[in-house]
Design a protein around this ligand. Structure first.
Ligand code: ZN
Length: 368
C-alpha cells in the first residue's frame, strides 16, 4: 500500500503503518487535554494501546487464515482499522466467514477482559479502586474503543469485515459473484447514507472519509470478483468458439487462403479424414509460407503440430495457463474421443472478460 512504511515483522508477517494512522493522535488529543496534567502522556499511551488492538484484530484474521493454509503477506495499519493482505482469499463461504469474524472476535475478547477488570469485585476490584483515576480512565477508554471497533467492523459493507461476513452468508444461497454484487451494493448504499450524514452534519465530517473508503472498497472488490469469476469459475466450453471453418489435411495453401478470406478467423484447425484434430494453421504461418512456397503446397507442411489439447470441462484458468505455455494464439478443444469440438483463443477469453465486466457494471448500476 502506498504511503505506508514497514515498522516490524512478526511471525513472518510484515507490519506496515499508513501515514494517516497518525490522524488517530488528533482524535485522542482531546482525551489528553481533558485528563489534565500528564494528559498528553496518557493520550500517547492510549494511542499505542489502540494501535496494539488494531494489530491484534488483524492478527485474528491472519491466524484464522493460517488455519486454512492461507499466508498473510503484510498488515497495514490505517486510522479506521487495519488491512491484512492475504496471498489469496478463502474460497469456501464458511472459511471466509471464520476469517472475517476472527478480527472483531479479538476486539470482543479484549472488551470482555477490560470490562471484567474494570468492574471486578473482590480483591481485583479493591486493587482497581486503589489505582489512580487516570489508569481507570485509560482502561475504560480502551474498552469503549474496542466496542466501537467491534461494531464498526461489523457494518455489513466492503471492505469491512461485516461485508465479508454478509457475502459468506449470501454465498451459501447463491454463487460467489452474485453474493459479492449484493454485498457490494449494500455497502455502497450504506456508504452513501454515511456520506450524507457527514455532509449534513459537519461534526461528523470523518464519516465522508469513511464513506469514500467503503464505496471504493466495494467497487474494487466487486470488479475483482467479476474478473476472477469470468476467468476462473467457468469451464472452457463457456468461452470456446464453436462455429469456425476447418481445413482437410489434403487442402493446399491456395485453399487455405480462400478460407482465410471467407471468414474472420485467424486460426484454422486441420482435420484428418475421420474428423480428428491433426494440426493448427495460423494466419501468420500461412502468410509466411505463401511468400516462400507454391500455392499448391499442402497445409500439413506449415501447420502447427503437437499442440496440447483442451477438454471442454477444464477450468478456464488452467486452459489459459496451457495456452500461455504453448505460446500460441489458439488451442483445440477436443472431446473424450479426440474429436474437435471447439477452439480456445486469447481473443475469445478477452471478450468474455469484457462482457462479464459490462454485465457486472450494468446490474451494479441498476441495483444502487
Ligand atoms: Zn478486520
Amino acid at each position: 500500500m502506498r504511503w505506508s512504511f514497514k515498522i516490524a515483522q512478526i511471525a513472518g508477517i510484515e507490519i506496515r503503518i499508513h501515514v494517516t494512522f497518525f490522524l488517530l493522535l488528533a482524535l485522542v488529543g482531546p482525551y489528553g487535554a481533558q485528563a489534565g496534567s500528564g494528559g498528553t502522556l496518557n493520550a500517547l499511551v492510549l494511542w499505542l494501546l489502540v494501535f496494539l488492538c488494531v494489530l491484534l484484530h488483524e492478527f485474528g484474521h491472519a491466524f484464522a487464515a493460517k488455519a486454512y493454509g492461507i499466508k498473510t503477506a503484510d498488515i497495514t495499519l490505517l486510522p479506521i482499522g487495519g488491512v491484512a493482505r492475504m496471498e489469496r482469499m478463502p474460497e469456501k463461504p464458511l472459511q471466509e466467514l471464520v476469517v472475517a469474524i476472527a478480527g472483531p472476535l479479538v476486539n470482543l475478547v479484549i472488551a470482555i477482559v477490560l470490562f471484567a477488570v474494570l468492574f471486578a469485585g473482590g480483591q481485583l476490584g479493591d486493587r482497581m479502586l486503589s489505582e489512580p483515576l487516570e489508569t481507570r480512565h485509560l482502561l475504560s477508554s480502551l474498552l469503549v474503543t474496542n466496542v466501537a471497533m467491534l461494531f464498526f467492523n461489523l457494518i455489513p459493507a466492503f471492505p469491512l469485515d461485516g461485508g465479508r461476513v454478509l457475502r459468506a452468508v449470501l454465498a451459501t444461497q447463491m454463487n460467489y459473484a452474485q453474493a459479492t454484487q449484493i454485498a457490494a451494493s449494500i455497502g455502497q448504499g450504506l456508504a452513501l447514507v454515511l456520506g450524507m450524514i457527514g455532509l449534513l452534519n459537519h461534526e461528523y465530517l470523518v464519516l465522508i472519509l469513511i464513506a469514500v473508503f467503503i464505496y471504493m472498497g466495494a467497487e474494487s472488490e466487486s470488479l475483482f470478483v467479476q474478473i476472477r469469476y469470468a476467468t476462473m469459475g467457468l469451464p472452457v466450453s463457456s468461452a470456446m468458439v464453436t462455429r469456425f471453418d476447418t481445413l482437410n489435411h489434403r487442402a493446399t495453401l491456395d485453399q487455405a487462403i480462400n478460407a482465410l478470406l471467407g471468414t474472420s478467423q485467424h486460426e484454422f484447425p486441420v482435420l484428418d479424414d475421420n474428423g480428428g484434430f491433426a494440426g493448427l494453421l495460423t494466419k501468420h504461418d500461412l502468410l509466411v509460407a505463401l511468400r516462400k512456397s507454391e500455392p499448391d503446397m499442402p497445409v500439413t507442411e506449415v501447420m502447427l503440430t503437437g499442440l496440447p489439447t483442451l477438454l471442454p470441462q477444464m477450468s478456464l484458468e488452467s486452459a489459459f495457463t496451457t495456452l500461455r505455455k504453448a505460446n500460441v494464439s489458439a488451442l483445440p478443444v477436443v472431446d473424450h474421443l479426440g474429436m474437435l469440438v471447439g477452439l480456445f483463443t486469447t481473443e475469445n477469453v478477452g471478450e468474455l472478460i469484457m462482457i462479464q465486466s459490462v454485465l457486472g457494471k450494468k446490474s451494479h448500476r441498476y441495483r444502487s
